[in-house]
Design a protein around this ligand. Structure first.
Ligand SMILES: Nc1ncnc2c1ncn2[C@@H]1O[C@H](COP(=O)(O)OP(=O)(O)OP(=O)(O)O)[C@@H](O)[C@H]1O
Length: 239
């Protein structure tokens, strides 16, 4: 059974489709990065997955269950974690408070306690352990993205959706963040990511999907896409 699936999705704005019959399937514990030119529909795909946009046609399935009609909080309760690109932490609250709020908002279905979950996420993000009492607004951009991911992992989601994690980060901070994303994937969380930085995005995922003008141009092992010079020059601007 797939961890996450889109089935023949048509979605857009005010009756004008942006995604034209998009299907994808990520196996449980698998990972997929969606890349593609600006305006190809990556954000629209992400909104459809997390429930911010209702598709006109097609279905979204989480571990085989149809979640197409569920709102974002209900999807979160069923095990779908989401890290938006912006406004993804409470800046005036400390790192620890952010983690607590995430836990209280969506308690883990496993019944795991707060302390155990904090230990669990800090193992994946040792960089933020010394910052527990620091206000999130005082973290570096990379640390703030790590906190946003740690908070999203507090409810123990089975699937984690990441919206452009490298956005706004220096190359060094982006490298550190993607090392952390690789650890999340290795921990067995099913990952879906959209990413402008093709090389980084594909470097941590098992598979990659190239979205062009709202259609799936290719879906292949990430390594194969990285070494496909024709695909890179045609659709990915060599990034
Ligand atoms: N809220 C909206 N209302 C109307 N049209 C929209 C809206 N959001 C996006 N679009 C249009 O949908 C198309 C796809 O945009 P989308 O943001 O999904 O692409 P993208 O691949 O994420 O682009 P980028 O890499 O630039 O973020 C574009 O033509 C865009 O203008």
């Amino acid at each position: 059974m797939s961890g996450l699936e889109l089935e023949n999705v048509i979605a857009g704005y005010r009756g004008r489709p942006v995604l034209h019959d998009v299907s994808l399937a990520i196996p449980a514990r698998g990972s997929l990065t969606v890349v593609g030119p600006n305006g190809s529909g990556k954000s629209t795909l992400m909104k459809t997955v997390v429930g911010l946009l209702r598709p006109d046609k097609g279905r979204v399935l989480l571990e085989g269950e149809d979640i197409t009609r569920l709102d974002p909080p209900e999807r979160a309760r069923r095990g779908l974690g989401y890290v938006p690109q912006e406004a993804n932490v409470f800046r005036s609250m400390t790192v620890l408070e952010n983690l607590k709020v995430a836990f209280e908002f969506t308690p883990p279905r496993s019944g795991a306690g707060l302390a155990a979950r904090i230990d669990g996420v800090l193992e994946l993000f040792p960089e933020i352990r010394p910052k527990l009492k620091t206000a999130a607004g005082h973290l570096s951009g990379g640390q703030r993205q790590m906190l946003a991911m740690a908070a999203a992992l507090m409810p123990e989601p089975t699937v984690l959706a990441l919206d452009e994690p490298s956005a706004g980060l220096s190359p060094k901070n982006a490298e550190l963040l993607f090392a952390a994303i690789a650890r999340i994937a290795a921990a067995g969380v099913t990952l879906l990511m959209i990413e402008q930085n093709t090389r980084l995005g594909l470097s941590v995922a098992a598979r990659g999907l190239v979205l062009v003008a709202g259609q799936v141009k290719a879906e292949a092992p990430a390594e194969a896409l990285l070494s496909d010079t024709l695909m890179q020059s045609l659709y990915l601007g060599g990034r």
